[in-house]
Design a protein around this ligand. Sequence first.
Ligand code: C2E
Ligand code: CA
Ligand code: CA
Length: 276
Amino acid sequence: MIPISADEAALATDLQFALDRGELSLAFQPKVEIASGRLTGVEALSRWSHPLHGAVEPDLFVPLAERYGLIDQLTDWLVRTGLKQWGAWKDQGLKTNLAFNVSALSLRDIYFPDYLHRLCLVEGVPPACLTIEVTEGATQHMVRLLDTLTRFRLKGMSLSLDDFGTGYSSLLQLRQLPYCELKIDRCFVREAATSRESRLIVKAVIDLAHGLGLSATAEGVEDEETLGLLAGLGCDNAQGFFIARPMQGAELAPWLIEADAARKVIPISAAAAGRS
Ligand code: C2E
Ligand code: CA
Ligand code: CA
């Protein structure tokens, strides 16, 4: 783990090299439909293994990339690597939705959706199999954001509003931008089973999503009790350590076989609801 005091500029230089040296990799976290337990997609999460400091958290290096002008390079690496992995899964007979976290700064480029669409054609990935996750912090340039996000939708990709409830102008964004999915931030999900207030917020967000015709996904589901509660509240999808931790691309197919076998015995929501 990297010390907080590590020199930021030096780390940014390391990150620049890391992109070329193959020190970055992707982990993938499954997302499942709560009612059936079926896989609905995976989220790509960047990992950096620093030669001296070891694992550097994306919460540290993504903002660093944003501050030091490296974010477009990181986004480019992310989508290229993710699309290649999608191809590898397809060769194994696995066709699933792949979600990318795209920084608000990269979304300022209105040509990015066309670029990603061209990459999809080159790699043989149907654009409908991609989701772009946008965090609420991306509100600053609403008009341009609307332009970029509409272009993703026109190319057939889905849009997800990430970390819902933690940023600014969430409701304004929801009304004006063409999202398909709303992800309930894990700070609310984590406490849903123990705090009445968090539970009420989670319920209100699920109802809001459905009222607007969006699907609701809870992130950070860490136990069976929470999953059962979400099932009872009508939440569509769930993601979290209880379902699966982020894994290497090659681990997804074996995980699915195991999860499928477990589901045949007892569906995930019934298992969770039965014990809550
Ligand atoms: P996020 O988009 O909200 O991603 C979910 C984060 O929650 C991931 O952390 C994941 O490992 C973690 N997580 C998943 N399930 C659970 C759970 O049950 N409990 C807990 N405590 N945590 C859980 P990670 O991988 O450290 O990523 C942190 C953030 O960094 C992400 O939050 C995302 O905003 C950002 N990020 C990661 N990769 C990229 C990237 O390639 N590009 C951009 N722009 N941002 C990225
Ligand atoms: Ca995300
Ligand atoms: Ca999130």
